[in-house]
Design a protein around this ligand. Structure first.
Ligand SMILES: Cc1cc2nc3c(=O)[nH]c(=O)nc-3n(C[C@H](O)[C@H](O)[C@H](O)COP(=O)(O)OP(=O)(O)OC[C@H]3O[C@@H](n4cnc5c(N)ncnc54)[C@H](O)[C@@H]3O)c2cc1C
Length: 399
């Protein structure tokens, strides 16, 4: 029998689905079934083995999850960003590595839907929306992580051809990605190098995977680095226009599909296990609900999660009403949800006691996974800078 939505999250689900096309509700029910029956059972093995979640990805493909945000005329489900965010949260509750791959793929789909203006990019969009091919994004570099001003990857041109030279790191979904959106410097109209996104086929000569990282958390997310050594590209591979690199990054950051949704899924997964754990419903675990600290911690988590979901629902609603105006609200949710995720999983580790410190206890995986969401772009420090800038702007406007 299907689980009811817990009270702390029911409003979030209702508000997101209430604003979506009518058939999204049935689709979401199917997604939940699949998460419970196919994705969640494989999550622990994926974490331990660091393996790519092939079975989960194949199951998501079957229900069209890779095109959830793409318009219907482009092969997608056309459910919009809100349901895209809900899908990332739901999948991440079952397996956050799979949720991260879905999130980064959806960002590529969204970027092509908004800015892909060549016939080739329209074809790429349809293939990605149908899940026939997987997409990934490459903006981070060794000297250009959170701050992209020192970005070194660039287009080298002799006037007639374009070749990409550089390297990119921390690219999620790398192993199975067939298309990667690379942020680099490309020649502008006056020959100056300006931040630009290129849509590059992974099998282009000169592009190679350097490493798939042995991460602390999100271990099955297939996150790694590439080198681009004389990769031949065309000006028609530019997504949007030359010089729109910052604009496209900003479109990513003003979207309600972000690592905070992964964090909420992880926190929910930990909390769903924690209450039965404290009742002693797990093997070799004793009941601890007689302690006031246990009861109060559970109560605090319930309220923390409830407020985090309500905050997320509010930002999704703002983004739905005005996709260009919800920027700072969405990144505020990223900050709040990721710190809530870490707080909930840390509390779960403490309540679980020494038994919870064993690798065969589920909480340590949730705790490791939640750490990653603070580091994923935009990093929480960058978010705080943006929120502080907004506060300063508001204060100077009112003076
Ligand atoms: C699991 C995982 C998956 C990821 N997936 C992808 C992906 O698919 N594609 C991709 O391109 N990247 C990805 N990233 C990289 C992510 O976007 C970067 O971690 C992020 O951009 C930060 O870069 P950095 O870690 O190199 O930090 P650095 O830039 O080295 O920063 C170090 C510290 O300084 C802070 N800092 C840096 N600059 C500023 C500033 N101007 N103001 C205030 N604080 C600052 C940072 O917040 C951080 O705390 C992923 C990261 C992780 C952990």
């Amino acid at each position: 029998m299907e689980r009811e939505y817990p009270a702390y999250r029911a409003g979030f689900v209702d508000r997101v689905l209430g604003a979506a096309p009518g058939d999204a509700r049935n689709w979401y029910r199917e997604l939940r079934r699949l998460c419970r029956e196919v994705i969640e059972p494989g999550a622990e093995h994926i974490d331990r083995s660091r393996g790519y979640p092939r079975t989960s990805i194949a199951a998501l493909r079957e229900i069209g999850a890779f095109g959830v945000v793409a318009p219907r005329q482009c092969g997608g489900l056309g459910y919009g960003d809100g349901v895209g965010a809900l899908a990332v949260e739901e999948v991440s509750c079952a397996c956050p590595s799979t949720g991260a791959i879905l999130m980064f793929h959806s960002q590529v789909v969204r970027r092509l839907a908004m800015f892909g203006n060549t016939r080739r990019q329209r074809e790429q969009l349809e293939q990605l929306a149908l899940g026939q091919r997987m997409g990934a994004s490459a903006w981070s570099e060794t000297d250009a992580g959170a701050d992209k001003r020192m970005m070194a990857t660039q287009v080298v041109t002799d006037g007639s051809s374009w070749k990409v030279q550089g390297s990119k790191q921390f690219i999620t979904g790398l192993e199975a990605a067939e298309l990667v959106h690379v942020l680099l410097r490309a020649p502008g109209p006056a020959g100056e190098l300006v931040p630009t996104f290129l849509s590059v086929e992974m099998d282009t000569a000169g592009l190679s995977i350097e490493e798939i990282y042995d991460l602390v958390g999100l271990r099955g997310s297939s996150t790694g680095s590439i080198t681009l050594d004389g990769v031949a590209v065309e000006p028609t591979d530019v997504v949007g226009e030359v010089g729109w690199g910052n604009k496209l990054m900003s479109a990513n950051h003003t979207c309600c599909i972000h690592p905070g949704m992964i964090a909420l899924g992880i926190a929910r997964s930990a909390y769903e296990k924690l209450a039965p754990w404290t009742r002693g419903d797990w093997p070799q675990v004793r009941q601890t609900t007689e302690y006031q600290n246990t009861r109060f911690t559970l109560a605090e988590i319930e309220v923390q999660l409830g407020s985090a979901y309500a905050y997320a629902a509010q930002a999704i609603e703002y983004a739905h009403r005005d996709p260009n105006g919800a920027g700072v609200d969405c990144v505020k949710v990223k900050l709040h949800a990721s710190t809530t995720g870490l707080s909930v999983t840390s509390a779960a580790m403490r309540l679980a006691g020494a038994r919870g410190f064993r690798r065969d206890c589920p909480f340590e995986r949730h705790w490791r996974d939640s750490q990653a969401t603070l580091l994923m772009g935009p990093t929480n420090e960058i978010v705080k800078e943006r929120v502080a800038a907004q506060i300063a702007q508001t204060s100077s406007d009112s003076e």
